[in-house]
Design a protein around this ligand. Sequence first.
Ligand code: PLP
Length: 392
Amino acid sequence: MSADLPIYLDYAATTPLDPRVAEAMIECLQDRALQGNPSSMGHAYGRLARARIEQARAQVAAAIGARPECIVWTSGATESNNLALFGAARFNADRGRHIVSSRTEHKAVLDPLKQLEREGFSVTYLKPNADGIVTPEQVQEALRPDTQLVSLMHVNNEIGVIQDIGAVGRICREKGILFHVDAAQSIGKVPVDVEEMCIDLLSVTAHKSYGPKGIGALYIRRTPPVGLRPLLFGGGQELGLRSGTLPTPQIVGMGLAFEIAERERAADVARITRLRERLWAGLSTLDGVELNGHPERRVCSVLNVSFHGVEGESLLYALGNIAVSAGSACASASETPSYVLRALGRSDEVAQSSLRFSLGRFTTEEEIDAAIAVVRREVERLRALAPAGRAE
Ligand SMILES: *Cc1c(COP(=O)(O)O)cnc(C)c1O
């Protein structure tokens, strides 16, 4: 990485492309034989592109324990969530208009749910405990005779907490209620098995797992089949569920990224966990520092920390040579404190004094040590500047 670029500790917002993925995509972009329309099965150009797409479909399916025919390509987890939620809710509206979800979901789930409320659906947003956990019992208790869908994320993008998806899945399966999971943050970090976890709909995206931006997938259970109302109409690609010409290089990149993520998961998790522990050891000896999210049920890569008495945005600015986020990438553009930390019961002030450090495949020990030194120096400097009484 170029010397004047900041240290990248924002992997939960997006990951850099793995060089092996970049190489496969470049090869695909440059190969004239792969530039046909994958829907043009009448000639070799189309069929060659189609073969690569089906290979990638099998790679993505294998990473989540699914059969390839259950995978539908989308533009990313935002679109997958929209297709799953609108698609299922509208298709099954006559079975019931109640949906159960949680307050700490990504905006790409919360905003479609808000829209469904405007369309006459009612949504229960479960409140997690102070550690960010939503219990299977809470889900069970929220179910009503008219509940048709439960949507719960696997790994939280702001605090890294892992929900007990399998237990919730079994409850839903037993009651015949559809279960959607946003697993955008999971692939390569936490095992995902749609069969074992009784998942009907699962959203994934390439760019959180070292693949390209702008490509994702929705897993749709086929036995028994889950009915969905499409969002896009047109050429009828992807069994009519998602019309539009498929982007062969993006799809090839996602397939390889998911294959690598799954194959190297154990080694990646072990190395990243050690680095996260090193970072926490370096930060937690500062006064007034608090870890957000469950201490054990968490992904290896995320450390969300409150620095009491320090304004998060000021700290973010002071940490010019470290690329981190205050809250999620999407929420930090606005001034409001993180709704995820607020849902955990943190005050506005504490939520506003929090930063998310997220590590990944390319993070080094040197980067962690440099980050610790800068954060310690800047937190102490900002606290010394703070008006008396605000420092604690
Ligand atoms: C990043 C993310 C999304 C959105 O994914 P895109 O592919 O960027 O649309 C949705 N949910 C979670 C949990 C995420 O982390």
